[in-house]
Design a protein around this ligand. Sequence first.
Ligand code: ZN
Ligand code: ZN
Length: 597
Amino acid sequence: MSKIELMSEDLANKIAAGEVVEKTMNVVKELVENAIDAQSSFIKIELIDSGVKEICVTDDGIGMDKDDAVMAFSRHATSKLKTLEDLFNIESLGFRGEALPSIASVSRVNLKTSDGNTGTEVIINGGNIESVSNSDLKQGTKVTVRDLFYNTPVRLKYLKNLYIELANVVEYVNKMALSFPNIKFVLLNNGKELLNTDGKGNLLKVINAIYGLDVTKKMIAIENDNKDYKISGYISYPEAARTNRNVITTLVNGRIIRNNDLMRTILDSYHTYIPESKYPIVVMNIEADPYLIDINIHPTKMDIKFSNFDNLKSLINETISKKLESLTLIPTLEAKDKNQLEEKEVKESINFKDVIDSYIENNKNKSNIDNDYQKVEEVTIDFEVNEEKESYSNQEEEDTNSERVKKMYPVGLVHGTYIIAENEDGMFIIDQHAANERINYEKYLKAMGTHDNKVIDLLIPIKIELSNSDYIILKENMHLLEELNFTVEEFGINTILIRSHPYWLPTFNIEEAIRRIIEVIVSKESFDSYKFTEKVAITLACKMSIKANDHISLETMEYLLDTLRKTENPFTCPHGRPTIITYSNYELEKLFKRAMN
Ligand code: ZN
Ligand code: ZN
């Protein structure tokens, strides 16, 4: 019985509208998704010139019989859905019956397929079936698409940047490999291997194949659930963050989803651990009862609506922040023996480096794949290690924080900016402003959160004059100042009078501090009350902290280091920049060649 059936004209038209084959990535995507639908456990993607010359996808799936093989290229045929109703109830990944005929209409296609009984070979040029014959293929499907857009030269122009085409394909195949750790993916361009996963179902190994060993070592397993949702996967240490948001992969019930709320939630969980413009590497599987989710299917994107999103949000927030709180997050400066690595690997990866460099240039955004393919040979990593480490994380309470960072003893100051310190583990460099900022930030945040109404009355009220536009905005939002326990009065034109202020306000230069808070209000960035207090805390902390070029005493350094150790997150300033970096004793010895190997 033929697996492919003709679908109604109506449905065909509905889908055709959104379907355009305009990137090699779209062709790869269609072929790979067909291979996955065919229950393959091995998918090999071979490109020549980023796929513009040739794309060949081979799988070991269930294959097709002769009828299906021919039917696959007739317009409006699909095995995947027959009625409009099916469109909204889709199990398989690919649903666009249009794609294969569309691809065939602008290229030369050779399809070899076998369902285990008979092998078939179909040759199509520019959409016309040239021949149908028997093939020697035993099982699975092999589709070769050559000379994409050879008969529509205008389209070909869009493909002229081979680097971007390739980067897009790589990114797509990475995501599929992360979604299907049970499928072995091999990707080659001009014979050079760009990805090779083992298909044995271990997600961490897929991460290793994509991002390399250095990143893999910085990944932490997560798993948690509540009554509506279950999450699992891996998150990276903050220091492994990249500048491209594509390093965040979210799957819902096994399907790649791009959802802004979900992205926001993950980034919020890393808040103040990484700078705003950076993204942690995350692969998160979300399992949810299908009745809680509503997948919005559009041919080019997969978005989703969650019911009870707040439950998912708090699950993610709690899981990630708990993990981060349990870690020691001082970036280590590794003493790599550069020459060793470079000669062998860089030579090998040189072509791909070109690709990536150009991609970076073209995107201005630094690509997430810049380091991904520097394979470390003879990888020896225990892929279970990360999960076992978990036992550490729950030993909570008491002095966990001061345990996370051992006591450090200041030795001196460099450029009036960086404190050099030591302890039995090694040498530390601390940014005095960032460290002080972290301390003050937590102090202000805590003070503002206690709802302690202690205020300090001013003998002489402070008069603050504002610009007319600022004054208008402030007047609208006067309650924000009052909630912070300021007593404020309007006083003539564009002027306010402060009669008392909360006790935690820095006592020197009060007017400056108040002006800073007003700036936050006037900036209108966010009036959600948590974000507002947080913004105020960050602003004051920055303003009130020791600056660079301030030559502080050894005692002050000692005080800073000790107080920093006891903060909730000693490792980054509230802007997400690092406070401490370290050279371990071992690395120092290695750098000075006291230690070999
Ligand atoms: Zn600052
Ligand atoms: Zn900062």
